[in-house]
Write a protein that binds this ligand. Structure first.
Ligand code: FAD
Ligand code: E0Q
Length: 467
């Protein structure tokens, strides 16, 4: 049989990793990417934006033989450092010890590493080539370059890894409606920068103000929850941090609409994030120069057009970022699809349908959990009822680890399907609520009786194979 060939649209995180895995499994792969080659052009804008990589994404990178290379460029995050209004902070560990941590990676660095790996595996990369249209009956696609020149190329099987605003999805939708629904969260985000070394000036500032708390811990994901909105910061390898402000897009103050100028935003930060503002020396410049990004969840009835086209990653199931799982989920997709295609390269219709059947329930589950995590993060990270449930959950997990595992841990540190984590989490949460009956004091609960109830109520968790 001739070598099967596949056309990918989008050489972002998911497209580049998928391309590498398909090439390693013997497919001939062409990737068309809208932007110029980031390895040559230098990453556009030069801003460093980072993401949290967790076990699922790491497992996909292990399968691709790239995990170690990525981890040498990542910063370990042991937990969530919560900064309250009164200027105090405390670390909530993500896992039991340093074997359960997540990693902050630069999007640009990771993308360049994945493109190198794809090329090394034999993938043909075509940069500055944007998908303009697709003819699924003639089985060709039209690309347009930066100068406006178009060309048509033959593409019998097309895979769209072109992100939340997927052009391939739009083209597929014109051929056969995909049942697309976009649910805006109503909140948006803006990125700001804590440069390296600014910890020192903050230290001096705080010292002058008589505070006893200084530098920002590099091995943590920082959160400033404010009820209804929040800031987060993830560390970069150079000692800088990328801060993201999440706010309602419109409506009463504070919202992005109520803060149209960087001066207004600066005053708002001085009020609500007084410990964070001094760490961002270029606040006014950053606020006016960086765009406001929207946040939506994307649902589709169909991810594929027979055996001719398929969507993967954000193009199929964009979610809100509050569980740090969008890339991780997309990376998990790539392994499932590469395995299915390798096992049955001749029948893409069958493979694509099976891929959707396997992945969509999981994509729906992480979409729902990501929205829930926003509400949890911004409102209740410091809420007594939430903390009591967390504490009782931790006690049960310690006493009966085969019967209780925090949902966050299932999502972040295991390979259990997202849909399983969602269902199990719901059942566990109901049990915690029943055991606490409104109490905010976990230590007042009779643990022996609670464990008996747990064992009688919930079946044991599946055997865990750790990565
Ligand atoms: P993208 O990364 O969007 O890549 C799409 C690629 O397709 C791009 O290179 C683009 O240039 C190209 N393209 C677009 N249109 C065309 C076209 N017409 N022709 C050719 N090419 C095209 N996920 C995590 O796991 N952890 C996190 O901590 C995390 N934090 C996030 C924070 C924020 C604020 C946001 C918005 C998202 C976050 N995510 C996180 C989600 C993560 O960014 C996405 O899930 C991930 O980037 C999806 O990868 P992708 O390759 O599917 O899409
Ligand atoms: C993680 C790691 C953008 C973003 C990324 C994340 C997380 C959060 C809050 C955000 C969830 C958590 N989280 O700490 O519960 O674990 O990736 Cl806002």
């Amino acid at each position: 049989m001739a070598q099967a060939s596949l056309t990918l649209i989008g050489g972002g995180l998911v497209g580049a990793l998928l391309a590498q895995q398909l090439a390693r499994r013997g497919f001939q792969v062409d990737v068309f990417e809208k932007r110029p080659d980031p390895r040559k052009a230098g990453f556009l804008g030069g801003r460093s934006i980072n993401l949290a990589l967790a076990e699922r994404g790491l497992q996909a990178l292990r399968t691709a033989g790239l995990a170690d290379e990525v981890l040498t460029r990542a910063v370990m995050m042991r937990g969530r450092m919560v900064h309250t209004r009164d200027g105090r902070s405390g670390l909530q560990r993500y896992g039991v010890d340093d074997s359960e941590v997540i990693w902050s990676v630069s999007r640009g660095t990771l993308n360049m590493l994945l493109l190198d790996a794809a090329e090394a595996a034999g993938v043909r990369l075509h940069f500055g080539q944007s998908l303009a249209r697709a003819d699924f009956d003639q089985r060709n696609i039209r690309l347009i370059d930066e100068t406006g020149i178009t060309r048509d190329v033959s593409a019998p099987v097309v895979i769209g890894a072109d992100g939340a605003g997927s052009a391939l999805r739009a083209a597929m939708n014109l051929h056969t409606p995909l049942g697309e629904r976009v649910e805006p969260l109503g909140h948006a985000y803006k990125e700001l920068e804590i440069p390296p070394g600014s910890q020192l000036s903050a230290q001096l500032l705080h010292a002058a103000g008589g505070h006893d708390q200084f530098a920002l811990e590099p091995h943590a994901l920082h959160i400033w929850p404010r009820g209804g909105y929040m800031c987060i910061a993830l560390p970069n390898t150079e000692g800088s941090f990328t801060v993201t402000l999440f706010l309602p897009a419109h409506g009463p103050h504070p919202s992005f609409s109520s803060l149209p100028t960087s001066e207004a935003a600066h005053a708002f930060f001085g009020e609500d994030f007084p410990d964070l503002l001094p760490l961002i020396p270029d606040f006014v410049q950053d606020y006016s120069a960086h765009p406001v990004g929207g946040l939506s969840t994307l649902y589709l009835d169909r991810w594929h057009l027979d055996g001719r086209a398929l969507l993967i990653g954000d193009a199929a199931h964009a979610i809100v970022p509050f569980h740090g799982q969008g890339m991780n989920c997309g990376f998990e997709d790539t392994v499932v699809l590469a395995d299915l295609l390798a096992a049955n390269p001749g029948d893409t219709a069958d493979v694509f349908a099976l891929f959707q059947a396997i992945r969509q329930p999981n994509a729906d589950a992480i979409a729902a959990m990501a929205i829930e995590n926003y509400i949890e993060m911004r409102d209740s990270v410091a809420d007594p009822a939430y903390l009591a449930k967390r504490e009782l959950g931790a006690l049960l997990a310690e006493r009966a680890p085969e019967h209780f595992m925090a949902r966050y841990r299932m999502v972040t540190f295991t390979h259990l399907p997202y849909a399983y984590a969602f269902e199990r989490g719901r059942a566990q949460d109901q049990l915690l609520q029943q055991l606490l009956r409104g109490s905010t004091d976990a230590s007042s609960i009779d643990l022996t009786a609670a464990v008996t109830t747990l064992l009688a109520t919930l079946p044991p968790l599946p055997e865990l194979r750790h990565g």
